[in-house]
Ligand binder design. Structure first.
Ligand code: PSU
Ligand code: MN
Length: 312
């Protein structure tokens, strides 16, 4: 008989544990952006800066990642540094947790992986850069992020989805899966580097209060899907369609020629677009990540105030 002894070990930082016990605001942060999304040394700096943004807006950051096959909810600074410097980290989405346990691997948690962990910890607000989605011309490359949004009751703050993806198909999928797509102060779904994809969101809201209220209403009636909040990259760092679209096209063409697919595709495209844009896309990427951390902290504060009122 085979004994199963390798269950997933979850290590919650004492800071995050304490905040959750007291229903204080907590924002979950992903770490694939650190391990696969950004080059060094910007990756570690960004990880620290996102945590700083969350703290400045009076919430506790919980960066989620894997070290030696253990799931950390809230990485401390030496742990962040270690993850950012890992030579060959895993990209951990839902299917990869057992692999990480078995291999005692270090890895960055994707949006889907981080939502899985945050849900286990009871964290309701999560910030990322851009969600994964349906890839262009490869109809079966659909990010697990979309499935996670379909079945995880959580508020997810993003800058839309990267225009490396098939955005109309991505929005159709979210509609099918009952995920409200909220434009924060906008009617249009943003496209990561660009402020506007040309596609409509399902609802425009103007404040963190309205967003928390909508989430509460959605979940109180028994819905289990996420609330996707999309806010555009700040205007000063946004890229114009004429600037970014040809680079996306070129990077996608190269990926096809080099037969890059599966988990490697998104990191390849992001890296190529950074090089082709001489770093302009990196600046947009960093800016939108910090902006999303800020909004998520504001929403987490409203959420925690609601929780405390409810239990009072
Ligand atoms: N946003 C970024 N950089 C990234 C990602 C998002 O600014 O690297 C990552 C997220 O972790 C997301 C993942 O979950 O890309 C999607 O990968 P895939 O398409 O293979 O599911
Ligand atoms: Mn994929």
């Amino acid at each position: 008989m085979v004994m199963i002894t390798n269950s997933l070990k979850i290590i919650q930082s004492s800071e995050v544990g304490q905040a959750l016990r007291h229903s204080l605001p907590v924002v979950a942060l992903e770490s694939t952006v650190i391990t696969h999304g950004l080059p060094a040394p910007q990756n570690l700096k960004l990880a620290r800066d996102m945590e700083k943004q969350v703290r400045q807006h009076k919430a506790t950051p919980a960066t989620i990642g894997l070290l030696d096959g253990e799931l950390h909810i809230g990485l401390n600074d030496p742990e962040l540094e270690r993850l950012a410097g890992e030579k060959d980290p895993l990209k951990v989405s839902r299917r990869d947790f057992a692999t990480a346990v078995l291999k005692k691997a270090c890895g960055g948690a994707t949006v889907a992986g981080s939502m899985f962990a945050a849900q286990k910890a009871g964290i309701k607000v999560f910030a990322t850069g851009g969600i994964g989605g349906v890839h262009k011309e490869t109809p079966f490359d659909i990010s697990t992020d979309l499935q996670a949004l379909a079945d995880t009751p959580m508020i997810v703050v993003c800058a839309g989805a990267k225009s490396i993806l098939d955005l109309p198909a991505t929005l159709e999928y979210l509609e099918t899966m009952a995920v409200p797509v909220i434009g924060y102060k906008t009617d249009r779904f943003p496209a990561f580097y660009k402020q506007d994809s040309g596609l409509a969101v399902s609802l425009r809201l103007e404040s963190a209060e309205e967003i928390a209220q909508l989430a509460l209403t959605h979940w109180e009636m028994g819905m289990r899907s996420a609330i996707l909040v999309a806010q555009p990259v700040p205007a000063e760092d946004a890229m114009a369609a004429e600037e970014i679209d040809p680079l996306i096209e070129q990077a996608s063409q190269e990926a096809r020629e080099m037969d890059i697919h599966g988990q490697a595709l998104t990191p390849f495209l992001l890296g190529r677009i950074k090089d082709l844009s001489a770093g302009r896309s990196l600046q947009a990427n960093l800016s939108l990540l910090l902006n999303n951390a800020r909004l998520a902290a504001q929403i987490a504060r409203v959420w925690s105030a609601c929780r405390q009122r409810k239990s009072a």
